[in-house]
Design a protein around this ligand. Structure first.
Ligand code: ADP
Ligand code: MG
Length: 186
């Protein structure tokens, strides 16, 4: 559908060797960071493609793989919004989760994101879905992204770029794991 779709800059999905859950820092460096990509204003594909290029250009993350971009109806927000283009990118990064979130918000702004009412149309939405196996709740960031599991427009493209067995292990990991790793919560 889009020439940027499904490109892979490294080996294929972990596949046979499902990545281990334990070390979320190593997970991130190894390319188990997943972000949701969305746009329903302007040149939607160009916004998403440009955002991924900017993340690489600025040294925020390395793009491992991007799903196909799928067109979906807007969920919530004002009636008669334009349809979304959605996808999921798999990244490797050495930034910590909060640094990565700040970088994603900066790129949203660079592409003209205006924050007004909730679920309003936007040129670009970059949500941090998974930072390896990390579970985290801070004032600015919740991981895994709390609404991702119920959103087809996230889970369908995510399935293209994420090992299913690993994802299931992350989804079902006991919340008790949450505080085991020292996390810098700002
Ligand atoms: P949404 O994407 O749900 O429409 P926004 O893009 O406006 O909402 O994000 C609002 C805020 O949600 C962000 O400024 C950020 O601090 C917070 N947030 C909490 N967890 C996450 C996450 N996992 N990914 C992205 N933003 C998050
Ligand atoms: Mg968002």
């Amino acid at each position: 559908m889009d020439h940027f779709s499904n490109q892979s800059k490294s080996a294929a999905l972990p596949g046979a060797a499902t990545p281990r859950l334990a070390d979320w820092r190593a997970n991130a460096a190894d390319g188990l960071v997943f972000i949701a990509l969305g746009s329903n204003l302007g040149d939607r594909a160009a916004n998403i493609r440009g955002a991924l290029h900017e993340l690489e250009r600025a040294g925020v993350a390395r793009l491992i793989q991007c799903s196909r971009l799928v067109e979906t109806d807007a969920v919530g927000g004002p009636a008669d919004q334009p349809r979304y283009l959605n996808g999921v990118a798999r990244l490797a990064t050495s930034l910590d989760p909060h640094e990565l979130l700040i970088a994603l918000l900066r790129v949203e702004q660079l592409f003209g994101r205006v924050r007004d009412e909730r679920n309003a149309p936007r040129t670009l939405d970059l949500d941090l879905l998974l930072y390896g196996s990390l579970r985290l709740t801070s004032t600015r960031l919740t991981l895994p992204h709390p609404r991702m599991w119920d959103r087809d427009f996230v889970m369908t493209p995510l399935a293209e770029v994420c090992d299913a067995a690993w994802l299931e292990t992350v989804r079902t990991a006991a919340p008790a794991r949450e505080q085991k790793e020292p996390v810098d919560v700002r």
